[in-house]
Every structure is written in C-alpha cells, then in structure tokens.
Design a protein around this ligand. Sequence first.
Ligand SMILES: Cc1cc2nc3c(=O)[nH]c(=O)nc-3n(C[C@H](O)[C@H](O)[C@H](O)COP(=O)(O)O)c2cc1C
Length: 193
Amino acid sequence: MSQVLVVNASIQGDNGNSSALTAHYIAQLSDATIIQRALTPNTVPALSGAEMGAWMTEASDRTSEQAELAKISDDLIAEVQAADTIVVGMPMYNFGAPSTFKAWVDHIARAGVTFRYTENGPEGLLADKKVIVAIASGGKYKDTPMDTLTPWLRTFFNFLGLSDVHFVYAEGLAMGEPEAVLNAAKAELEALV
Ligand SMILES: Cc1cc2nc3c(=O)[nH]c(=O)nc-3n(C[C@H](O)[C@H](O)[C@H](O)COP(=O)(O)O)c2cc1C
C-alpha cells in the first residue's frame, strides 16, 4: 500500500483553496495510507539557532530541551522519508510561500540526513518519490518572472534528491470564475493519480 504525505499550509485550514485541491487528490486514491501534516506556527515553528544546535549535538549528549527541539525536525523528516508521494497545498501569500511552509522546508533540509555536500556539490539523500504541488493564488503568475514558487520549489525538492515534481495551478482565484479555475486544477490532479 502506498503512503501519501499531505502538507497543507493554508491559514484557512481545511477551508483553503489549496487544501481543497490536496483533499481532491487524496479522494481519488483507493488504496493508500494518508498522513496529514497541517502546518501552523505552533506545530512547525520558525527554525531557531537553538534547534540547529540540537541537530549538531550527538543525540546521546542532548539536554532534554535539545531532544525536544530535535524531535520537531526528526518527526517531519521521518514523514517525508516514509512517503511514496508528497502532495503540497501551496497558497501564494504576498508573492511567496506561507511562512509556515518555509519553516517546514527549513526543518526538512538537514545536512547529513536529507542532503550532503560532496566534492561534486550537494547531493540529495531522499529516495526519489513523486511530489505534487497544488498552487492557489489570487492572481496569475505561471510562466512569468513573478512566479516565485515554481522555480524555488523545484530547486528545493531537487536538492533533496526529489526530481519527479509536478505542479498544478489554480490561478486567478480573485479574478472571477474561481469555481471553474478550481475544477480545472482538480481535473489536472486526477490525471496525476
Ligand atoms: C495574506 C494573503 C496574502 C495574499 N497574497 C497574494 C499574492 O501575493 N498574490 C496573489 O495572487 N494572491 C494572494 N493572495 C490570495 C491567495 O493566493 C488566494 O486567496 C489563495 O486561495 C490562497 O490559498 P488558500 O485559499 O489555500 O489559503 C493572498 C491571500 C492572503 C490571505
């Protein structure tokens, strides 16, 4: 049975347009274990120096506070490692990703765990898996220099060793006909199942 990790970052929770897209994708799956990771500042706080210090301290030498801090990243990485497919609900907020999603990125990029540096440059350490990013935005940016999300996310996932990355866009949600836009994106997601 395949395992699917759903990472949602909408501040509207399940009511977000991006969350509706990831929900639609998993509704098409008949035989999969679904792990839901709804990002909030409480569950995935911004990365701190203390937390990185905990990563760099041998597990056996960590204080109890460091052990707690390291666990945040350990748990998020374990979810990613266990997944065959990662589905991301990606709202555009202020021309970029939600801060909670950036925090998730900062927690799963860990030298020696999910990537390493070699003589030939960085090498991703995650086994390849399918990544689907469903972008929801009020305006339209695809294929223009204002699309800050696609190149960044492709680079980031490639950096970790994930090259099978697909993007689905629900753009122009604030420009009329949001239902038609969402339905078209849902049809594209169905094709990716
Ligand atoms: C705080 C905030 C900032 C936003 N900034 C942008 C933006 O920079 N560009 C844009 O096209 N839409 C912007 N929007 C509209 C969202 O992209 C749109 O509402 C989308 O549905 C958000 O995804 P969600 O519904 O899953 O939260 C913004 C919305 C919010 C709430």
